[in-house]
Design a protein around this ligand. Structure first.
Ligand code: FCB
Length: 483
């Protein structure tokens, strides 16, 4: 189980706006793959630790990633996010890149340690000022800010107090969410609470390959419950500041495919769908965990679930963020998990003869369509934004300085075409963010994996150059269709 193995109609028809025969004509209009509804939002994404740098400037506190990256052997080549893309200083260049690509939405994340250096107490004004400047620059450029409050950079002080497995961290998160809503809620309408609850709890607390580097399945399950509580509590805290704010969260999902037709493998795939696709989104929306993952009689104890937690963790999210990269193959293995009464299947994230990205991830656009249909059903037809999708190709500049990354264009075209089909088939997706606006710090892989639409020269003052894919994507955003 690790990262790699493991509209409504846009026509928005007013009741009196169209005569019946015109409405029928519209309906009959043949769908063209790769075309998107009017008003579809085109954007790109980044995250604070991956791009900002300035790890100790202007009162910023230490996060678990600041600490983890310093431990020998954890990150490829000993890379760290100390400087990263230096977006803390170069954010105006980033806004200019978005503008040059005709993008209308920027998904970034706010670093909790800039706001509350040790995770509690009053806000650090200089930290707030940075996000205020970024917000103003985006609005000035006609770009919607879409911040994520938590993209994995927990204040180290909170980890020292027990981290996500400890219940109190949920209240700390709600306090931070309250500060952000008060500071920027006047200019930012749409917010995401978390990024990929599954990935950071699983890899950070169970596998130990990401910060904070713990290898404790029991801590993992406790962490999942605190994060779900933090969704409910953060959501309510922000709505209390301003009920007009639109609060969503971002979930990493992947179709779980049984490796054979055997009943055991099919059951293993159903199990993994609950643990990896439903454990967060469904629990937050309904206040109840999917049945059949943890042993029924031990579940409350294993999660630290107290009476009333169903109400506390429930959040009627205004939109659902979906990150899609690939599918997962599952086969029955009955592996002991370290959690009493829990046996696990085996999973793999790259398989078959399919072409892979440079990171070794399977390229499977049909999985995007399939998981969107599934998520539409699971989330009760709520508005969906694609908050991440993209590919690592480590292609550098040629002699003229141009970056010809045709493979990335092919990846995006395949996935955008699949997305257009899903929308045409009724999945209410209103926006798409490419991962990523620019090459950046890719967690345990350091700077070895380039996901950007923009090339960043890390050895040369973080110089930014838009790649062929960035130019292509800019044309797509402008025309509202793929080529
Ligand atoms: C996602 C993360 C994002 C980036 C991409 C490649 O899981 O949310 O920060 O690392 O993968």
């Amino acid at each position: 189980m690790n990262r790699r193995n493991l509209f409504t109609s846009a026509l928005a028809l007013g009741a009196v706006s169209l005569m019946p025969n015109m409405a029928e004509a519209k309906k009959a209009k043949k769908f063209v793959e790769g075309t998107f509804p009017e008003g579809f939002i085109w954007g790109a994404a980044t995250a604070a630790y991956q791009v900002e740098g300035a790890w100790n400037e202007d009162g910023k506190g230490e996060s678990i990633w600041d600490r983890f990256t310093l431990a020998p052997g954890k990150i490829l080549n000993g890379d760290t996010g100390k400087v990263a893309c230096d977006s803390y200083h170069k954010y105006l260049e980033d806004v200019a890149l978005l503008k040059a690509m005709n993008l209308k939405s920027y998904r970034f994340s706010t670093a909790w340690t800039r706001i509350q250096p040790d995770g509690t107490g009053p806000a650090n004004q200089k930290g707030l000022d940075y996000y205020s400047r970024l917000t103003d620059a985006l609005l000035e450029a006609g770009i919607r800010p879409l911040p994520t409050l938590y993209h994995w950079d927990l204040p180290q002080e909170l980890e020292d107090r027990g981290g996500w497995p400890v219940r109190d961290t949920a209240q700390r998160f709600a306090d931070y969410a309250d500060i952000m809503a008060r500071a920027l809620g006047d200019r930012i309408e749409n917010w995401s609470l978390f990024n990929e609850s599954k990935a950071f709890t699983q890899i950070g607390y169970w596998q130990g390959a990401w910060a904070p580097g713990r290898k404790d399945p029991l801590a993992f399950f406790k962490a999942t419950h605190t994060v779900n509580l933090a969704h409910g509590m953060g959501f309510k805290a922000m709505k209390a500041v301003n009920p007009k704010l639109k609060i969503g969260s971002v979930f990493d999902v992947s179709p779980q495919i049984a490796s054979t037709e055997s009943e055991a493998d099919k059951a293993a795939a159903v199990f993994m769908d609950k643990l990896s696709n439903l454990w967060f989104v469904q629990s937050v929306l309904t206040g109840a965990y999917p049945e059949g993952v943890l042993p029924f009689d031990k579940q409350n104890e294993l999660l630290g679930f107290l009476p009333g937690d169903n109400t506390l963790m429930q959040a009627d999210l205004d939109f659902i963020g979906i990150n899609y990269y690939s599918r997962t193959r599952v086969w029955d293995a009955q592996k002991p998990s370290g959690v009493p009464g829990l046996l696990l299947p085996d999973t793999e994230w790259a398989f078959g003869d399919h072409e892979k990205t440079d990171f070794g991830w399977d390229i499977y656009p049909q999985g995007f369509y399939d998981i969107l249909k599934r998520m539409q059903a699971v989330t009760g037809n709520r508005p969906i934004e694609i908050t991440e999708n993209g590919a690592a190709y480590n292609i550098g500049p040629d002699a003229t300085g141009a970056i010809h990354d045709a493979k990335r264009i092919a990846y995006y075209k395949g996935h955008l075409d699949a997305l257009s089909r899903a929308i045409n088939d009724g999945v209410p997706v209103r926006g798409y963010h490419a991962w990523s606006l620019m090459d950046n710090f890719e967690w345990a892989a350091g700077y070895s994996q380039r996901f950007g639409l923009t090339y960043v020269d890390f050895a040369n003052d973080q110089k930014r150059t838009i790649k062929d894919s960035g130019h292509w994507y800019g044309e797509v955003a402008k025309a509202n269709r793929t080529f």
